[in-house]
Design a binder for this molecule. Structure first.
Ligand SMILES: NC(=O)c1ccc[n+]([C@@H]2O[C@H](COP(=O)([O-])OP(=O)(O)OC[C@H]3O[C@@H](n4cnc5c(N)ncnc54)[C@H](OP(=O)(O)O)[C@@H]3O)[C@@H](O)[C@H]2O)c1
Length: 324
């Protein structure tokens, strides 16, 4: 393992461990031309997976990536999966449409939104919590039998963010009083805390099955994600970069704004989570810059009673138990 964090391109991780992905079926959400997931799909196509299941709300988002994959490695099969993560019913429908796929070796849940104006999913859940987190809770529940069928060393990777450092779960009011107290950044932080806590609890529950489970911070990548950043927020971000001034997490611990990196570097830590054999003893960890980075998590995130509480809350919101 890289015991120390290193920003590396995806190619470097694939060169070391990429043969482990040959012949595998890999499921990726959030695929589009400019997204980290789009880059991830393209990178993975070079190591001969059997099938890439590429999910998005519309096929036109995925098509440019499919064309690049075909040009790079025509032997790789791709399959488009239409799925709106802001609609639990649509997630059920999409997963049912995969009934003919017997196993999935790796899930990379990458799709997400950042700091949109207040809104709710089709199910009435605040949209960042719903799309970034709750959708993954249901998706993993529904796809888990296929990952189990793939056996040990299969993986479930949930992309999160450094925003985990500034967030907590507002357990008594995850919807910010129907938007009345909504703060875009706090809600993005909340959704990322949920992603990381979910992985912690999932890893505990899956410990006997040797399925790899990690949350990851891909680092800062210019992508479609910044579409809701207001000019004021943009100025704050630029000033933070320029001054080099430290930010503070929920516990008051200092941290730096992450440097801008390429999309290949953004996808790399996802690949580390999928296949780096040396991190298997740290299952359930938060990864950053291709290394275990649990020391970056604040006290609210690492409190186990919060993981349990979130699991119960999520079961209520999806309207069913997720028993492992
Ligand atoms: N970029 C960064 O600096 C950064 C840093 C830390 C963490 N992250 C995390 O990395 C992930 C990927 O971000 P990115 O930079 O690749 O952003 P992006 O370019 O905006 O890609 C996000 C993808 O998610 C999809 N998506 C959004 N809402 C969806 C929904 N309701 N149903 C299905 N798909 C939906 C988008 O589809 P449409 O094109 O249809 O909207 C898009 O393809 C996010 O989860 C984000 O939180 C990113």
């Amino acid at each position: 393992m890289l015991s120390k964090q290193n920003i590396l391109p995806s190619e470097a991780i694939l060169e070391r461990y990429g043969t482990r992905l040959a012949g595998k079926t890999i499921f990726i959400t959030g695929v589009s031309k400019d997204s980290i997931a789009g880059e991830l799909a393209l990178q993975l196509s070079s190591v001969n997976p059997a099938l890439l299941i590429l999910s998005a709300r519309s096929e036109s988002r995925v098509q440019p990536i499919v064309e690049k994959i075909k040009a790079r490695n025509p032997n790789v099969a791709t399959r488009f999966l239409k799925m709106d993560l802001g609609d639990l019913k649509d997630i059920h429908r999409a997963v049912h449409s995969l009934d003919d796929v017997p196993k999935i070796d790796h899930i990379a849940a990458v799709a997400g939104i950042m700091m949109p104006p207040y809104g709710t999913t089709a199910d009435g859940v605040e949209s960042q919590f719903g799309v970034n987190y709750l959708a993954n809770f249901l998706l993993v529940k529904l796809l888990l039998p296929k990952v189990e069928a793939a056996g040990p060393h299969s993986s479930i990777i949930i992309v999160a963010s450094s925003a985990v450092r500034s967030g907590i779960i507002n357990f008594d009011d995850i919807g910010y009083s129907d938007g009345k107290t909504y703060d875009t950044l706090a809600a993005y932080g909340q959704s990322n805390v949920a992603r990381v806590m979910f992985v912690k609890r999932l890893a505990q529950k899956l410990s006997a099955k040797r399925i790899r489970v990690y949350s990851i911070d891909p680092g800062a990548v210019q992508s479609g994600l910044q579409r809701h950043v207001t000019p004021e927020m943009g100025t704050f971000i630029e000033q933070s970069y320029a001054s080099g001034q430290a930010l503070r997490d929920v516990d008051g611990k200092e941290y730096k704004m992450p440097p801008w990196t390429s999309s290949s570097e953004g996808a790399a830590t996802i690949i580390t989570g999928m296949i780096d054999p040396t991190i298997e003893t740290s299952n359930g960890s938060f990864l950053h810059n291709n290394a275990v980075a649990d020391e970056e998590l604040h006290s609210h995130v690492v409190t186990q009673s919060n993981w349990v509480r979130l699991w119960g809350l999520s079961e209520n919101l999806i309207g069913g138990k997720f028993t492992i």
